[in-house]
Ligand binder design. Sequence first.
Ligand SMILES: NC(=O)c1ccc[n+]([C@@H]2O[C@H](COP(=O)([O-])OP(=O)(O)OC[C@H]3O[C@@H](n4cnc5c(N)ncnc54)[C@H](OP(=O)(O)O)[C@@H]3O)[C@@H](O)[C@H]2O)c1
Length: 188
Amino acid sequence: MRRLLPDPGETTVEEQLDSYQPWEHAREERPFVAMNFAATVDGRASIEGRSGPIGSDTDTAMLVGLRTRFDAVMIGAGTMRAEHYSGLDRRLVVVESGPEGRVDLPALLRSLREEGVRALLCEGGPTLHGSLQAEGLVDELFLTIAPKLSGGGAPPRILEGELDDVIPLELAWLLEEDGELFARYRRR
Ligand SMILES: NC(=O)c1ccc[n+]([C@@H]2O[C@H](COP(=O)([O-])OP(=O)(O)OC[C@H]3O[C@@H](n4cnc5c(N)ncnc54)[C@H](OP(=O)(O)O)[C@@H]3O)[C@@H](O)[C@H]2O)c1
């Protein structure tokens, strides 16, 4: 794997994640929150309803490695229905509407923080991502861009829903292997 930015050179998933310590940036009122997504070059976040066919084995290794840097993993109900989530060695939080409607995300993050979660990795999906961004609750975004085109009308993008404003990001790192790009963005 090559690191294109910053400081170009050879690297590995382990080396990149070794010094990544998101728990150090926890806030008083919520954990540090990072999102992880994989998308095709034409911007699709699923192929035939699943994210699995998008990324390579290295993308899987990056996701598995990332999980080890976080106290808990969070997903939306749609992702829970679409993907197989088993054998996770981290606490799994599933965001699912109840009798009172949609989950109050700031309140959920506050209670996770009170329970000792300092860093939270949200693995999607696009609807939950949109809600979290709209409420200013996301610090970083890990995005894998797989060198493939999938087409199709219905597949979601990595973020669905309205935002009040455009959210500016800065590129914290960019890695490459076999034409697959691994970007890490920070909210500016
Ligand atoms: N490419 C990737 O990296 C990636 C990652 C994850 C998912 N995906 C794909 O995304 C698709 C699923 O997308 P999705 O948007 O339906 O999934 P999602 O964001 O995981 O789930 C959205 C659902 O979460 C529940 N929810 C409860 N409170 C919410 C709140 N405050 N904000 C937002 N959602 C809330 C709602 O379901 P209820 O009303 O049922 O509670 C809502 O419909 C699948 O095809 C999956 O493969 C791709």
